[in-house]
Design a protein around this ligand. Structure first.
Ligand code: UD1
Ligand code: CA
Length: 450
């Protein structure tokens, strides 16, 4: 079935007490809006329409950053959820499939639940996602009539009897797009909030003899974020689920509660993760790798058998091949570390290629930035870079070459050559003792005169 997404993201989120639009607050390092878009993307939508309002420029940029084909429409005034959906009318005027409405501040609705809603939409005109709330609070209530959904009543407008209903509205709706916009045209704002309620489309559909039904999901999926406290709860819930899923898939954590994962972290089985490791977006770790304590990884790939850390930092574009080793206080950015190569101590390797089995000595730095441009360093296979070598890029070190410790390498080194680029050592006999005597005498003189 053809699908399009309408993602509501215009709200200000006053209770966040923040300059950042609510939907851009991150969970697992990515904006909530991206979580909602990613869940919706699993339906392979024809169109994704993001309804922005507060901070529309920023919200639009994030939406298009995730999906450059997304359409961003602006709801100038937030007159209610039906009015928000109506902003997508023009963008979907030629679309003849099913529209799914999601909220940008409700990041955990699962792809499986969305699939079930699409399935239900084949047999029912309006499908609403409900959940049994432990504490129904101020959610809209789903009023059922047997298996049919009769209407949704907002808390503010509900009677005592209706408030006793625990089946609540998540806000997610699936409906044929043309019908959705038809129904919305009939929604008024004669209610306690003077808002145009999307929820009214259920009763409108029923009054026209159309069918409506509720699909239900776990309450955890419908968790909405309205405050910093709820954002922190959402983060904790996400982390707990993500860790549990990886453990289930065979990843070994020594202290799972101390490891923080991103929305899209992928880790293969039998990989060991030591305590206090942080994953940013875009990390894949193959099976059988080891990520040692206090390492930070983002936008990188770690192959089978590689060992990272402790205290390593892998930045975007770091690519570790099988059995590569990146040790303590080493930073890797936009660089390939080939099979079996070692960068074990206190180094910065950026914009570089390190060949197979190369050994990078402690304190080696690729001087990749001249203040204006970045330059590339090539370090050949089986080469040996002496400790504290400065590799001033662009520079090419041939296979099997060596550099002497402390060298500042500014020109290419041929394969199998040894390059020494440091001042030759001079030795002055007895000079150390003489120098110390001189200094001590000077200090004694100063103390006498004060
Ligand atoms: C809405 C539902 C309620 C449901 C609850 C679930 C309606 C009338 N009520 O209530 O039944 O239980 O969500 O969380 O739909 N938004 C806009 N533009 C607007 C208004 C809202 O983009 O003009 C966006 C908000 O940014 C938010 C979402 O729509 O992402 C929901 O709006 P909100 O005002 O939070 O609705 P609730 O009162 O919570
Ligand atoms: Ca809300």
């Amino acid at each position: 079935m053809k699908t399009s997404l309408i993602i509501l993201a215009a709200g200000k989120g006053t209770r966040m007490n923040s300059d950042l639009p609510k939907v851009l607050h991150p969970i697992a390092t990515e904006p909530m809006l991206v979580h909602a878009m990613a869940a919706g993307a699993t339906l392979d939508p024809e169109h994704t329409v993001v309804v922005a309002g507060h901070g529309a420029g920023q919200v639009g940029a994030v939406a298009r950053g995730y999906d450059e084909t997304a359409t961003v429409v602006v709801q100038e005034e937030q007159l209610g959820t039906a009015h928000a959906v109506d902003q997508a009318r023009a963008a979907l005027k030629d679309f003849d499939g099913t529209a799914i409405v999601l909220y940008g501040d409700t990041p955990f609705v699962s792809p499986d639940t969305l699939e079930r809603m699409m399935g239900a939409a084949e047999g029912s005109d309006v499908v609403v996602l409900g959940f049994d709330a432990r504490d129904p609070g101020r959610y809209g209530r789903l009023v059922l009539d047997g298996n049919e959904l009769e209407r949704i009543v907002e808390y503010k407008d509900a009677t005592e009897a209706e408030r006793a209903i625990t089946l609540c509205n998540s806000g997610v709706v699936a409906c044929k797009a043309s019908l959705l916009f038809d129904l919305i045209a009939g929604v008024g704002n004669d209610n306690a909030s003077r808002e145009y309620y999307l929820t009214d489309i259920v009763a409108l559909a029923r009054s026209r003899g159309l069918s409506a039904t509720a699909v239900t999901c776990a309450e955890a999926e419908t968790l909405g974020v309205n405050s910093r406290a709820q954002l922190a709860e959402a983060e904790a819930a996400f982390q707990a689920r993500a860790r549990a899923a990886l453990i289930e898939n065979g990843v070994a954590f020594q202290a799972p509660d101390t490891v923080f994962l991103a929305r899209d972290t992928v880790i293969g089985r039998d990989t060991r993760i030591e305590p206090n490791v942080v994953f940013g977006p875009g990390v894949t770790v193959e099976s059988g790798a080891t990520i040692r304590a206090f390492s930070h990884l983002e936008g990188c790939h770690v192959s089978r058998g590689a060992v990272v850390g402790p205290y390593a930092r892998l930045r975007p574009g770091a690519e570790l091949s099988e059995n590569a080793r990146v040790g303590n206080f080493v930073e890797i950015k936009n660089a390939v570390i080939s099979e079996g190569a070692k960068v074990n101590h206190l180094s910065y390797i950026g914009d570089a290629f390190v060949g197979a089995s190369a050994n990078i000595g402690a304190g080696t730095i690729t001087c990749n930035y001249d203040g204006v441009m970045k330059h590339h360093t090539h370090i050949g296979a089986h080469s040996f870079i002496g400790s504290n070598t400065m590799l001033v890029a662009p520079v090419h070190i041939g296979d099997g070459a060596m550099t002497g410790s402390g060298s500042v390498i500014t020109s290419d080194v041929d394969e199998d050559a040894l390059a020494l680029a440091r001042a030759p050592q001079v030795e002055k006999a007895g000079m150390a003792r003489k120098l110390m005597e001189m200094l001590r005498a000077k200090k004694a003189k100063q103390q006498r005169s004060s």
